[in-house]
Design a protein around this ligand. Structure first.
Ligand SMILES: Nc1nc2c(c(=O)[nH]1)N[C@H]1C(S)=C(S)[C@@H](COP(=O)(O)OP(=O)(O)OC[C@H]3O[C@@H](n4cnc5c(=O)[nH]c(N)nc54)[C@H](O)[C@@H]3O)O[C@H]1N2
Ligand SMILES: Nc1nc2c(c(=O)[nH]1)N[C@H]1C(S)=C(S)[C@@H](COP(=O)(O)OP(=O)(O)OC[C@H]3O[C@@H](n4cnc5c(=O)[nH]c(N)nc54)[C@H](O)[C@@H]3O)O[C@H]1N2
Ligand code: SF4
Ligand SMILES: [Mo]
Length: 733
C-alpha cells in the first residue's frame, strides 16, 4: 500500500441500522478508493445499497444541488440578495440578530432545530446547550418530532423509556415478529435481514400494513388493514388476549398497573367490531393475537405507519401494553422495537435536542437536573418545557400577538421546506419569521428562505459519535479533508455563542465535548472514546467508565420498568378515524412513504451518481389497477395529484401491492413533492404530523409532452433559484 493510502472505519450516515463501513482513502489525493462493510455489531459484515454507493456526494458531482462552500448572508434585509462573506462577518451578523431578537421579544421567541443526520452527538449537544445556556429557552427540537416522537411519548407514558427495548441482532432470535407500520426492507435493509433470518430460524411473522410490502410477502399472516385504523387493530388484539385468558398473570400482577382502566376501553373493541373498521376478518385478528401471545420471545417492530397519525401515541401505548400483558419484556429476544429512522435520531434525542429534556433524558422540570446544568454551564436555566418544531405555523402565521411569536429560527441540518407537512403553510411561516439561519452541507429548499446560510462539514469530513437505533454509541471518523471555507457544526455554533458573549469553552476536538456530555449524563457516563475505540459499539445505559461495563443489550431487565416506581402502566384509547377522510371532491386517500435508494430530502443521495440513476423526478404515485382503470391511466404516465392544500405532478405506478381507494407517494422528490399535499394536523401529545393520511384526487394529463416540459421547468426553476442569488454578485456559485 502506498504511504498515503489508509483504511478508516466509520459508521454509515443514512439509517439508524448503524452499519460499520471500511473506507480505503488516498489521503494525499484526498480521494476515496474503495468502501466495503465490515463486521459491526448490528450489520454483521453487510451493507445496503446506500452504504455501498451513498458516499459519492462527498465528491460533489452537483447533480441535484451543490455543496455549500462559503458563508452567505442577506446584508440588506430579507429580500436582499445573498452575499458571500467571511466567517467573522457571518458569525457576527447571526449573533447580532439573535441578540436583538432576544432583547426585543425574549428568549422564547427563538427556536432551534438540531440535526439527526451528519453532525453527530457532540454537535447535537452543543446545539441544545446554545439554545438553553446562550439564548435561555427550551425551544429546541429536531426531526424526531416528525418521526418517532409518538414512540418516545407513548413508551415513556407506559414503560418509562422511549428507545427500542431490544437490540437489532436479537430480532433474529425472536419466535414471533409482529411488524406493524414498518417497511424495513426499504427503510432499514440491514434490519430486514434480521427478520429474514428469524423466518429462516422458524419465527412466525405477522405484518400489519395496508400495502403488500416485502415483509408482507414473507409474512405468515399479512393483515392488510385499511390505513389509519391501527388503534382498532391493536385494541382488538388486547381484547382477545384478555378475553381468552392468554395473559401472563404473574407478570401483569408483579410489574404493571392500570389493568381495569385498560380493560374498560378494549372491552368495547371486539374482533368483530374492529374487523369492520380495519377491513379485516375477526378470525385474522384472533389468529394474530393468539400467535403473538403464544411466546415469551415475541417482538413488536414498528415504524412510521403507526407514529405518523393523530393517534400515533395511542397506538404506541397499546403496543407497549400488548408486550406487558404477555410478559414480553425484560429478557433476551422480546419487547418493543420502534426502529429509529435517521442515522443519529436516537443520538439527537440522547443529547437533549428536545423541548423537555437535557442530555441523558433528564427533565427540564426537575429542579435537581436544572441545578446540575446551571452549575455546569454557569447560567440560570428556564424550567418551562419548550415549543415543538411542528408548531412553527401555529407560533408564526396563526399567532396574532407578536409578543407570543417565534421570531428567530436556527435550523442546523434539517430541510423543513421539503420535509414538513403542508409546505405552502410552512413557506409562508418561514418568510414571516424575522430571522432564519440555515446551517447545512447542501443547498436545500429551506436555504431559499434563509437570512444567513452557514456551510458545515459533512459526515466523512469530521469526527464524532452516532447512536444507532438500538441505543448503540459508535464512532464516526474523518475520511476526507473538507474542501472550501467550511467548519464543523459544533464549531460554528460555539463561535456564535462566543460572539453573543457566552464563554463557550474552546473545545479542541469532539472528544472534549463528549467528555462533557458523559459527565453530565449518568446513563452514558461509561461510554468513553477509549472504550468506543475498543468495543466499537456500546449500548446505553452504560453507567461506569471501567472496562467491564460494556453497556446494555436489552432494557427493563426482569420486568423492572424505567418508570419512577419501576411499574409499567397499561394504557390505550378508543379508536377514532384520521382527521381528513375521503370526500366527494377528494375521493382517494394519500399516504406518504419512502424510496429504497433515496434518503429523506435527497440532498445527499440525489448527489450520488449510482443512486440517482435508480430513480429520479418527479417520483411516483402507487395506485391500484382498479383505480387506474377508472381514471384511464397507463403505467408511467404523468398525472396531477391534488389535495385541499396543493397540487403536484408525478408518474403513475400501477401496482397490485396497494388496494383500491388508497395511493402512496414517496417524499423524496422536489417536483413531485408530496408535502405540498399533506396535512399539518398533529398528534395532540407528541405533535407528530398525520403524514400517513389525507384526502386527494388524481387527474389524467392529456398532453404528456407539455406535462414533462412542466416537470423539467419546475426542477430547473428550483435549482436556478439556488444559484442566481450568488451569480448576481458576480461570484460563480
Ligand atoms: N410526507 C412525508 N414527509 C415526511 C415523512 C414521511 O414519511 N412523509 N417522514 C418524516 C421523517 S420520519 C423525517 S425524519 C423527516 C426527515 O427530514 P429532514 O431531516 O429534513 O431530511 P434529511 O434528508 O434527513 O436531512 C436534512 C438536512 O440535513 C442536511 N445535512 C446532512 N448532514 C449534515 C451535516 O453534517 N451538517 C449539517 N448542518 N447539515 C447536514 C442535509 O443536507 C439536509 O438538508 O422527514 C419527514 N417528512
Ligand atoms: N431508503 C430510505 N431509508 C430510510 C429513509 C429514507 O428516506 N429512505 N428514511 C429514514 C427515516 S427518517 C425513517 S423515520 C425510517 C422510516 O421507516 P418506516 O417506518 O418503514 O417508514 P414508512 O416507509 O414511511 O412507513 C412504513 C409503512 O407504514 C405503512 N402504513 C401506512 N399507513 C399505515 C397504517 O395505517 N397502518 C399500518 N399498520 N401501516 C401503515 C406503509 O405502507 C409503509 O409500508 O426510514 C429511514 N430509512
Ligand atoms: S442499512 Fe442503513 S446503516 Fe446500513 S448501509 Fe444501509 S443505510 Fe447504511
Ligand atoms: Mo424519520
Amino acid at each position: 500500500m502506498v504511504d498515503s493510502v489508509k483504511e478508516i472505519q466509520t459508521t454509515c450516515c443514512y439509517c439508524g441500522a448503524g452499519c460499520q463501513l471500511l473506507f480505503t482513502v488516498d489521503q494525499k489525493a484526498n480521494q476515496i478508493l474503495d468502501v466495503h462493510p465490515v463486521n459491526g455489531r448490528t450489520n454483521a459484515g453487510k451493507a445496503c445499497l446506500k452504504g455501498w454507493y451513498g458516499w459519492d456526494y462527498l465528491n460533489d458531482p452537483q447533480i441535484l444541488t451543490k455543496r455549500l462552500r462559503e458563508p452567505m448572508i442577506r446584508k440588506d434585509g430579507k429580500k436582499s440578495p445573498l452575499k458571500i462573506v467571511t466567517w467573522d462577518e457571518a458569525i457576527n451578523f447571526v449573533a447580532d440578530n439573535f441578540k436583538k431578537i432576544k432583547e426585543k421579544w425574549g428568549p422564547n421567541s427563538f427556536l432551534a432545530a438540531a440535526s439527526a443526520r451528519g453532525p453527530g452527538n457532540e454537535a447535537g449537544y452543543i446545539t441544545q446547550k446554545f439554545a438553553r445556556a446562550v439564548i435561555g429557552t427550551n425551544n429546541i427540537d429536531h426531526c424526531a418530532r416528525i418521526c418517532h416522537a409518538a414512540s418516545v411519548v407513548g413508551s415513556m407514558q407506559t414503560i418509562g423509556e422511549g428507545a427500542m427495548s431490544l437490540s437489532i441482532p436479537e430480532i433474529e432470535d425472536c419466535e414471533i415478529i409482529f411488524n406493524i407500520g414498518y417497511n424495513a426492507p426499504v427503510s432499514h435493509p440491514i434490519v430486514a435481514r434480521r427478520i429474514v433470518r428469524a423466518k429462516e430460524k422458524g419465527a412466525y411473522i405477522i405484518c400489519a400494513d395496508p400495502r403488500i410490502t416485502e415483509t408482507a410477502r414473507i409474512a405468515d399472516k399479512h393483515l392488510q388493514l385499511k390505513g389509519g385504523t391501527n388503534v382498532a387493530l391493536v385494541n382488538a388484539m388486547a381484547h382477545v388476549i384478555i378475553s381468552e385468558d392468554l395473559l401472563d398473570h404473574e407478570f401483569v400482577k408483579a410489574h404493571t398497573k392500570g389493568f381495569d382502566e385498560f380493560w374498560a376501553i378494549v372491552k368495547e373493541d371486539t374482533p368483530e367490531r374492529s374487523a369492520e373498521i380495519c377491513g379485516l376478518t375477526a378470525d385474522d385478528i384472533r389468529l394474530a393475537a393468539r400467535k403473538y401471545a403464544s411466546s415469551k420471545h415475541s417482538v413488536i417492530t414498528w415504524g412510521m405507519g403507526i407514529t405518523q397519525f393523530s393517534q400515533g401515541v395511542e397506538t404506541v401505548k397499546c403496543c407497549c401494553s400488548l408486550a406487558m400483558l404477555t410478559g414480553n419484556f425484560g429478557h433476551y429476544a422480546c419487547g418493543t422495537g420502534p426502529v429509529r429512522g435517521q442515522n443519529n435520531v436516537q443520538g439527537t434525542c440522547d443529547m437533549g435536542d428536545l423541548p423537555n429534556v437535557y442530555p441523558g433524558y433528564q427533565s427540564v422540570t426537575d429542579p435537581a437536573a436544572q441545578a446540575k446544568f446551571e452549575k455546569a454551564w454557569g447560567v440560570k436555566l428556564d424550567n418551562k418545557v419548550g415549543i415543538q418544531l411542528t408548531r412553527i405555523p401555529e407560533f408564526v402565521i396563526h399567532e396574532k400577538n407578536p409578543a407570543n411569536r417565534i421570531h428567530a429560527y436556527y435550523i442546523t441540518g434539517e430541510d423543513p421546506a421539503q420535509s414538513d407537512p403542508d409546505l405552502e403553510e410552512l413557506r409562508e411561516s418561514l418568510d414571516e419569521i424575522d430571522f432564519v439561519v440555515c446551517q447545512d452541507i447542501f443547498w436545500n429548499k429551506t436555504c431559499l428562505h434563509a437570512d444567513a446560510i452557514l456551510p458545515s462539514t459533512s459526515w466523512g469530513e469530521h469526527d464524532g459519535v452516532y447512536t444507532s437505533s438500538d441505543r448503540g454509541f459508535q464512532r464516526i471518523r474523518k475520511v476526507l479533508e473538507p474542501i472550501g471555507n467550511i467548519l464543523p457544526d459544533w464549531e460554528i455554533t460555539c463561535r456564535i455563542a462566543r460572539a453573543m458573549g457566552y464563554p463557550m469553552p474552546h473545545y479542541r476536538n469532539t472528544e472534549e465535548i463528549w467528555n462533557e456530555v458523559i459527565d453530565l449524563s449518568p446513563k452514558f457516563t461509561g461510554a468513553t472514546y477509549e472504550k468506543l475505540e475498543k468495543y466499537v459499539s456500546i449500548q446505553w445505559p452504560c453507567w461506569d467508565k471501567g472496562w467491564t461495563d460494556k453497556g446494555t443489550m436489552f432494557l427493563h431487565k426482569d420486568g423492572y420498568f424505567a418508570t419512577p416506581d419501576g411499574i409499567g402502566i397499561l394504557k390505550t384509547s378508543p379508536y377514532h378515524p384520521p382527521a381528513e377522510v375521503e370526500s366527494k371532491d377528494y375521493p382517494i386517500t394519500l399516504c406518504t412513504v419512502r424510496e429504497v435508494g433515496h434518503y429523506s430530502v435527497r440532498t445527499m443521495t440525489g448527489n450520488c451518481r449510482t443512486l440517482r440513476n435508480l430513480e429520479d423526478e418527479p417520483g411516483w404515485v402507487e395506485i391500484s389497477p382498479e383505480d387506474a382503470r377508472e381514471l384511464g391511466l397507463k403505467h408511467e404516465e404523468l398525472v396531477r395529484i391534488s389535495s385541499k392544500r396543493g397540487s403536484v405532478i408525478t408518474r403513475a405506478s400501477i401496482t397490485e401491492r396497494v388496494k383500491k381507494g388508497a395511493v402512496y407517494m414517496t417524499y423524496q422528490w422536489w417536483v413531485g413533492a408530496c408535502n405540498e399535499l399533506t396535512i399539518s394536523i398533529l398528534d395532540p401529545s407528541s405533535k407528530t404530523p398525520e403524514y400517513k393520511y389525507c384526502a386527494c384526487k388524481i387527474e389524467k394529463l392529456p398532453d404528456q409532452k407539455a406535462a414533462w416540459a412542466a416537470v423539467n421547468k419546475t426542477l430547473l426553476d428550483i435549482r436556478m433559484n439556488m444559484h442566481i442569488d450568488i451569480t448576481r454578485q458576480g461570484v460563480s456559485a
